[in-house]
Design a binder for this molecule. Sequence first.
Ligand SMILES: Cc1cc2nc3c(=O)[nH]c(=O)nc-3n(C[C@H](O)[C@H](O)[C@H](O)COP(=O)(O)O)c2cc1C
Length: 223
Amino acid sequence: MNVSEAVATRRSVRAYTDQPVSPEVLREVLANAARAPSGGNLQPWRIYALAGEPLTELKAAIRLRLRTRPTPPKPEYAVYPPSLSEPYRNQRFAIGEAMYALLGIPRENKLGRLQWIQNNFDFFGAPVGLMCFIDRQMGPPQWSDLGMYLQTVMLLLREHGLDSCAQEAWSLYHDTVREVLAPPDELMLFCGMAIGYADHAVPLDRLQSERAPLDAFATLRGC
Ligand SMILES: Cc1cc2nc3c(=O)[nH]c(=O)nc-3n(C[C@H](O)[C@H](O)[C@H](O)COP(=O)(O)O)c2cc1C
């Protein structure tokens, strides 16, 4: 697989088979992804990878949390700006509607949609989950570095036939993640990531997100 194929076939997968992920492959991908660039070579990514019993433990803790204390704590960062302007607002709306159409959950079924979102906290059935942290002293440039690391992980996974889904949803319950993983105080949770093999049998597997054309986001001058 070349880079273009990895880029073209990476997509956010929200349904997985229970086929396990080779620990050697996972280690290799997480290590090699650290070739991602970072300003000043700070390498600000801090990753916890969970499978087997530790993954079961986190899922059990979040299930209990959602059942007994569903109100999320104060967020550590805003996942989206408070009022999104166009075209961002519509792009967000479009992917949500495309997803719920395949799931067969209409807009009126607010409870159904809310319940489906809870699948985030099962890593959509994936056998591996990452928790991706960053030191609180870091600012937007280093958050961007972390993003580059995560995209490199997702592309390298494709080379091994693996799929993924980055998940900011986990940041909503940063307190429960902290209770279970006990990371150092200076680390704050950016997102989770589901990793595994896509379940091609479900309709949701057909979800294809759209992209704005080049002219909508790039200004090319002299090239
Ligand atoms: C940092 C980040 C966090 C995300 N968080 C979630 C999430 O919590 N739940 C989810 O279902 N998708 C999540 N996504 C997936 C996006 O919705 C997805 O990338 C976007 O709709 C484009 O689709 P594609 O990844 O299939 O190309 C996240 C993506 C990124 C990059």
